[in-house]
Design a protein around this ligand. Structure first.
Ligand code: PRT
Ligand code: ZN
Length: 299
């Protein structure tokens, strides 16, 4: 048990691929911070929510140990670190939301020219990785008896220097594999930045702060791709125009003063709206069409 606290702590990557987007996302949730001189701590100025700036690998353990309640980390790191924890500590840290940035995949790759048809071709081979737990779990699930070679970095050069026959590493564009004469042969897992959270329910103010942050985060994630569509049309053509609206909640229809045959329509649409879609709505009878970005939303 950790002592009661009235401020929430979120761990984010100090400097790396996820740092900027993590801070931007928390900013969109309305949090503002003042950084400490040593740049390891940020004090929440408008809400009792502080940040710890740490290495990404430490985030799952900090949550499991109760040092912080939330963290932004790659799903790959969360899973690897959870598997490294004692089984009873594993459930103390959970993925709560996928955040839509830092997308990549953990994949198996072989030197170009090495024959490969199926996973069983890797039986008896040595596979270098910085994700030994995830790889071992994957190989066991797939029934492939390969040897996991744990490295701390520069996995892509392992086949060339003879320390492994294959690799299991993160891939996004594929350029690193190509530059090292490797080819991707099978996916192991899809990853992106996630919000990791403690499984503990708090009776102190942290419980309400976590709920508040999750609600704001859901609003931010929901509006990212949402658009507000406004248009006018006749009652007669309304059904046809509505049919062309992209998916979303039920539109609001209001009558127009002094024009009994006219209606004004307001619809929240999930996803982008193209010129082609707008022109089709116009042909169906829509006028004064407007597509507006949505900045904030609370369900
Ligand atoms: O210092 P610290 O320990 O905090 O950072 P780090 O060096 O361990 O992590 P960092 O900042 O490199 O990555 C943080 C997280 O970003 C990862 O855990 C992933 O969840 C996510 N991410 C997304 C990636 C990539 N894309 C990625 N492409 N992490 C690493 N890579 C590397 C990959 O390892 C390989 O070397 O980029 C290379 C491949 O990229 P492509 O584009 O050439 O395919
Ligand atoms: Zn790291």
């Amino acid at each position: 048990m950790t002592a009661p606290r009235d401020r929430l702590r979120i761990a984010v990557q100090k400097s790396g691929r996820l740092s900027e987007s993590s801070l931007a996302l928390l900013g969109q949730c309305g949090l503002a911070f003042r950084q400490s001189r040593d740049k390891l701590f940020c004090f929440g100025e408008n809400l009792p929510i502080d940040l710890l700036l740490v290495r990404d690998d430490d985030i799952p353990g900090l949550i499991a140990d109760g040092v912080c309640e939330l963290g932004v980390v790659g799903r790959n790191v969360l899973l690897e670190r959870r598997l490294a924890l004692e089984p009873d500590a594993r459930d103390k840290v959970q993925e709560r939301r996928a955040l839509g940035f830092g997308r990549c995949r953990l994949a198996l790759a072989l030197p170009v020219g090495e024959p490969y048809e199926q996973l069983s071709d890797l039986a008896g081979r040595r596979i270098a990785t910085t994700y030994p737990k995830i790889l071992a779990q994957f190989l066991e699930r797939e029934g492939v008896a390969a040897q996991v070679v744990e490295l701390s970095g520069s996995v892509e050069i392992a086949p060339r220097i003879g320390t492994a026959d294959a690799i299991c590493d993160l891939v996004s564009s594929g350029a690193t594999l190509a530059a090292n004469q490797l080819r991707e042969v099978a996916p192991v897992m899809e990853s992106e930045a996630v919000l990791a959270a403690t499984a503990t329910h708090f009776a102190d103010p942290r419980g309400a702060l976590i709920d508040l942050l999750l609600r704001r985060l859901d609003g931010v994630l929901a509006v990212r791709e949402s658009k507000l569509v406004l248009l006018r049309t006749s009652r007669e053509r309304l059904a046809e125009v509505s049919r062309l609206l992209p998916g979303g909640p039920i539109p609001t229809i209001t009558s127009v003063d002094g024009h009994p045959d006219e209606v004004s329509l307001q619809a929240l649409c999930l996803g982008a709206i193209s010129w082609n879609q707008m022109e089709a709505m116009q042909r169906a009878g829509a006028r004064a069409l407007m597509v507006l970005p949505v900045e904030k939303m609370l369900a």
